[in-house]
Design a protein around this ligand. Structure first.
Ligand code: 5GP
Length: 210
């Protein structure tokens, strides 16, 4: 006898096609390095394991930081591999950030959304605006650190970047913060719990026009 996983969608739904789920939402989270945007998403996924949401895993040419796991934090590739993927149309968006390339693969995003799962992209401002052009119903959220001084302190506390990299990231931070008011929603990450709660509420709310 066929197990359920061997049956087609038609057979498992008793003859009729099961209705396709409403597509998941596309949520874009940006914010300067050190704003805590990744930490917010990590906490959201840990605290709300049943939320129908997935985090997109970006591809990057930068080297892994200590503790970063390939395929979990990023897919780490060479510049040649990145360029080959870009030329094949692999990326929904890609950008050069801090002298490295970063991109969002379109295939998992499309697949998850078709399954009714929302997808969170943690990407820079350039990528965010490309996504808005391609996916007009994407929700763009900007995470603000409480202040630039706190941002600088967080970057220094990481102890993973050299002085030149910290300066580069701070300059980019100023440029990114200047674009925050073009986002749909801003979250200030002065208290992690509150920021996580705000993001969870956005995900649980009905999409505009629903
Ligand atoms: P980091 O090297 O600190 O992990 O990330 C540096 C910057 O690249 C962050 O602003 C991060 O959000 C952004 N980034 C990460 N993945 C992507 C991506 O797939 N596309 C774009 N455009 N930016 C990304």
């Amino acid at each position: 006898m066929a197990t359920e996983s061997e049956l087609t969608a038609d057979e498992t739904s008793g003859g009729g096609l099961a209705p396709a789920p409403a597509p998941g939402r596309l949520i874009v989270l940006s914010g300067a390095s050190g704003s805590g945007k990744s930490t917010i998403v990590d906490r959201l996924l840990a605290d709300h394991p049943k939320l129908p949401v997935r985090r997109s895993i970006s591809t990057t040419t930068r080297a892994p930081r200590p503790g970063e796991i390939p395929g979990v934090h990023y897919d780490f590739v060479s510049k040649a591999e990145f360029a080959a993927g870009r030329d094949r149309g692999q990326y929904l968006e890609w950008a050069e950030v801090h002298d490295q390339y970063y991109g969002t693969s379109v295939e998992p995003v499309t697949r998850f959304r078709a399954q009714g799962l929302s997808v969170i992209l943690v990407i820079d401002v350039q990528g965010a605006f490309i996504v808005r052009d391609k996916v007009p119903d994407a929700v763009l959220i900007f995470v603000q650190a409480p202040s630039l001084a706190i941002l600088e302190q967080r970057l220094r506390d990481r102890l993973t970047d050299d002085e030149a990299t910290i300066e580069l990231r701070l300059n980019n931070a100023r440029r990114e913060i200047a674009l925050a008011d073009r986002y749909d929603i801003q979250i200030t990450n002065d208290q992690l719990d509150r920021a996580v709660h705000e993001l969870a509420q956005i995900l649980q709310s009905d999409p505009p026009g629903a």
